[in-house]
Each structure stands twice: as structure tokens, then as C-alpha cells.
Design a protein. Structure first.
Lengths: 313, 313
């Protein structure tokens, strides 16, 4: 039986691993085999240079950062398995973690499976992903390539409004492309956005393709009322249409919100099942940064250790 | 007037700086001049190698890590001033931040002034600080020098019990030195500790000095009932007698707990004053790690940005 099983291999999973290993808990970490359609390391592997993870004055490659975290995890004594967890039986402790290769019992489980940014999946999207297209304005907005350039945000909720406000400090103009003729965002956020001279909402419009050369130059939009299609200049395209947390394999055994995010006791990583902890983006729809994920990974390991001290099997 | 003033220069302060600068908020960060009796960079500067900050497979020096965070902050556009903040007028917004050199108005303030671990200040303590003496079992317990060696923990509260349990996985024996003949810790934690064959409580005993050569070898203890003094072998000495958060300069303007920690809305960095945020150890008596501090620094910057979007001056 394992004391700690960690599911996920992004900053939250590996930070939990480092702390659990250093606490002598000999953790087992499942990094997954393209789990959630993404490589071990998680969303960081889909980004270019990370400039906002503290400790790297010149920035660090997303994939490089995940590889260093993995190496540190292994150095600390974490056992890393490249298997995808298919299900976890949380009905009794020890919990049973099942993969395609077998199953293992666990005194505690840390779920750190992340979330995947939704994309529109327009025809040429993959050609310009991270060459102008991003799913994180906070991460990428400050890049020099976007300075004083026309930028486009897709979405109509509070997050989209916040991203547009954020981007308006950098771009020459920010266009919010929204398929309806009203926004879903709160009245207060709408007022701010509509009053911002650098932001313009393109109502009843939808993205149908992207164009460019070595990087994005235009988005192809469609007016959903007239059916007319047209090119629109854009050096940056930011998806703000939400994320899908990777929680399907839990089969609803943990309390989740309507979007499938795991609900944790505020200020902790405790889930609705004692002995199961959740860290990183799988329980965070607000901050969603590598550094906040890593912080909650640490918290989960410390809480798992404390839980076992207080509740020995 | 500044949009964001950050007070403090540890992982929380600089991560807040990096995020605020990248959001175009042109933050001003006061790193202090030996504020709280500690160099810019905070508690990390008093530690040797940091092995648990994710991203550094071989570990990184504490001072080196703080210098890299500072460099990254400056690269991102943070204005860093080496002045100590003497007071902040939070009675009205904009807030007024006063230093020995002058004052500045701020739309939002992020307090990230940290906390200092309490020490016993016995005669030869400085000679063996980080050469066997530590104030963080979670950080340092796994170091090879402590493996299968006699270790001593000073304290009688829940934290001391948790640190002793943690260290019992590494040391040959863990002695809890406690000046009273009963513990302050919860009954559950006491039961665990007293049942652990690798832990022994030295009741009614107090630390009066430390001895060693290149590193710690003995603690000098005193039986407070008999007055007898004696040497006790110890390769590690861990203070678990609490921390002093650096909040005196706030003059009670923010809601704090009885130990002087700033109270934040759980799961956020919001303080009792709208527009003032707190990040890092100054608001965290539970986790107290560089990585958790950095995470809350990021949160504070994102929350300050959102706050200003929703509440423009």
C-alpha cells in the first residue's frame, strides 16, 4: 500500500511529490500517457517561454520547466509512472487507484490533473498556436509581439472581459468577438469594458478561421446575422471561453461545481472526501497560474502528511 | 500616484511584482533596509540550499533564489526601492505609504512583509545557525546530515508536535524539549507523539546553550525543577516556538489574529480593507513555504488588478 498517490504531472503534482518525498512518504505519481489529450507536464508543455514563474530572470521554456520539476521530483525520491489513471475507488480508505496496467491502494490521494483551455478548433488553429494564439492573456499579454498591435479576445463572460481589460494595456486595440448580441459578463465588468476606448465588441460575430505567415496576422470572422465572412487584422488571438477540468475519471465521487471543478475547502486543498486532496487548476478557475498551482501542490502534500498523522490506518 | 505598492521582497513580494508589472501596473516595491531585522529577500536569505522550490532539480541557494526573483522583478519593470516602510495610512483611498525618505500615494497596497521565526537566542546560537540549527523541519528535515541522528525540537504546541512527527522519519531519535510538564498541543497530536517510539519528551527542560565544532553536536539543557544543567547529543536543533509576523508598522489598521498575522478572506489575499491585499507568511501560519508564498503573491497581484478594474479611482 502507498501512503500518497499523486495523479497529475504539472506544477501541482510535482510540487506535491517533492514535498511528500521529502517528508519520507515515498509517493507514487502517475504522470499519465497523454491523459486529457496532453503530454506529461500538463498545460505548461503547450506554452513557449514562461516569464512569470519566479526564479527565472530570463524566463524559461514551458517544457523545460516541467522537465526540471520532474527531475527534481525524481531526485527527491518520487516514483513516477507513465500510466493514466482510469478510476479511483474513494468509497473506503485505503482508496484503490486503477490504471490500465493494474491497481494500487493508497492511504491518501492528491488529484492534480489540471484543466485544459477550451479552443475553437478552427481549421488553421494548430499552425498559429503560440504563434499569436493563446489561451492565457495574463501569461502572454505582455509579450513584445503584442505591443501596440490589434488583438482579439473570444468570449463573453467575466473572464473574457478581464482578459480584454488586461490586454488593452498592451495592444493598440482589443476586439471582443462574441457570437451573441449581449454579454454574459456582470454588469459592472460590461460597463468598464464598454467605456474603455481601446476595446470594441464585435457583436453577433464568430471566429471561423485564422491566417498568417510565420505568425498570426488575421482572424477570419463571420457575422452570424448576415452570414458575411471577412478578414480582420489581429496579431494576437486569445481564447477566453473557459476550461475543462480533467475530472471525468472521478465519476462524481468528489463534490464538484457545475463546470466539473473539484470543490475544496477554501484556503486548503481538502475535498469532500477525507484523505483526498486536490491541487492546481483542477480546483482553481480563478488564478490558474503555474506558480499558484505549485503552491497548492505543496499545501496538498503537507495536508496529506498531517491527515495521516492524525488518522493512521 | 502609484497603482500598486508592494511592501516586502521575499517570494510573495517579488511574485506580486512580476505579475503586476506584466499587467502594465508599473508597481513600486519597497524591499526595506534590514526591515524586521532581516536582509531584502526575507527568510530565504537565512537558509542554505533550498531543495523544495520546484524548478531547481539540484536545489538552489536561498540567497541566490531571492536574487534571481529580484532580477526577474526588475526585468519585468518593477521599481524596487531599498527603503523601509514606516507606516501606511489606510483610512482612505488612495492609501499613503510613508518611508524614512518620503511618502507615496497608492491605489492598492500589497503587504508581503513576512514573518520571522522565533529563536531562543542562546549564547552560541549564531555559530551553528544553518549548521545544525533550523526553524523549519519541513524545509530542512530531509537533509542527509540529520539522517539517523539524534534531533531536538523546542516547543510544546501543535506545530512542535507536527515537526517532531516529521523528523521522526529521519532521525534516530527526536527529543522534544519543553519547559513545562504538560504540552500545549491538542490531545490528538499529543497522543500520536507520546505513542511514537522514536520521540521522547524531555519535560520541564529548557535550552540554555549549544555546542559543536564545524556543526552542532550538543545542546545544553537545564532541568528547571532541579536547576541541573547537562549536555545532550543533538545533530539537529529545530525551533518550533512560533513566528513573529512583521505587521507592527500597520498599527492595527488591518484585521489580525492574536499573534499579529493578517487575516485574509480564505482562498484569497483580500484583507479587511478593500484595496489592501496580503500575501506570503505575513498571512500564513500554516504552510509557510517559499512556494506557497510565491503563489499568494501572484494571487494578490491578480486581485489588485481586478479590484482596480472594478473600482477605478
Amino acid at each position: 500500500m502507498k501512503k500518497v498517490v499523486i495523479i497529475g504531472s504539472g506544477p501541482a503534482g510535482h510540487t506535491a511529490g517533492i514535498y511528500a518525498a521529502r517528508a519520507g512518504l515515498e509517493p507514487l505519481l502517475y504522470e499519465g500517457w497523454m491523459a486529457g489529450g496532453i503530454a506529461p507536464g500538463g498545460q505548461l508543455t503547450t506554452t513557449g517561454t514562461v516569464e512569470n514563474f519566479p526564479g527565472f530572470p530570463e524566463g524559461v521554456g514551458g517544457t523545460e520547466l516541467t522537465m526540471m520539476m520532474r527531475a527534481q521530483s525524481v531526485n527527491a525520491g518520487v516514483e513516477v509512472l507513465t500510466e493514466t489513471v482510469e478510476s479511483v475507488d474513494m468509497s473506503k480508505r485505503p482508496f484503490t487507484v486503477k490504471t490500465s496496467e493494474g491497481e494500487v491502494e493508497a492511504e491518501t490521494v492528491i488529484v492534480a490533473t489540471g484543466a485544459i483551455a477550451r479552443r475553437m478548433r478552427v481549421p488553421h488553429e494548430d499552425d498559429f498556436w503560440q504563434r499569436g494564439i493563446s489561451a492565457c492573456a495574463v501569461c502572454d499579454g505582455a509579450l513584445p509581439v503584442f505591443r501596440d498591435q490589434p488583438l482579439v479576445v473570444i468570449g463573453g463572460g467575466d473572464s473574457a472581459m478581464e482578459e480584454a481589460m488586461h490586454l488593452s494595456k498592451f495592444g493598440s486595440k482589443v476586439y471582443i468577438v462574441h457570437r451573441r448580441d449581449e454579454l454574459r459578463a456582470s454588469k459592472a465588468m460590461q460597463d468598464r469594458v464598454l467605456a474603455n476606448p481601446k476595446i470594441e465588441v464585435l457583436w453577433s460575430t464568430t471566429l471561423i478561421d485564422v491566417k498568417g505567415d510565420s505568425a498570426l496576422t488575421h482572424v477570419v470572422l463571420k457575422d452570424v446575422k448576415t452570414g458575411k465572412e471577412f478578414d480582420h487584422e489581429a496579431k494576437g488571438l486569445f481564447y477566453a471561453i473557459g476550461h475543462n477540468p480533467n475530472t471525468g475519471f472521478l465519476n462524481g465521487q468528489l463534490e464538484m461545481d457545475s463546470d466539473g471543478y473539484i470543490i475544496t475547502e477554501k484556503g486548503t486543498t481538502k475535498t469532500s472526501v477525507a484523505g483526498v486532496f486536490a491541487a492546481g487548476d483542477v480546483q482553481d478557475k480563478t488564478y490558474r497560474q503555474a506558480i499558484t498551482s505549485a503552491g497548492t501542490g505543496c499545501m496538498a502534500a503537507l495536508e496529506a502528511e498531517k491527515y495521516m498523522n492524525e488518522n493512521p490506518l
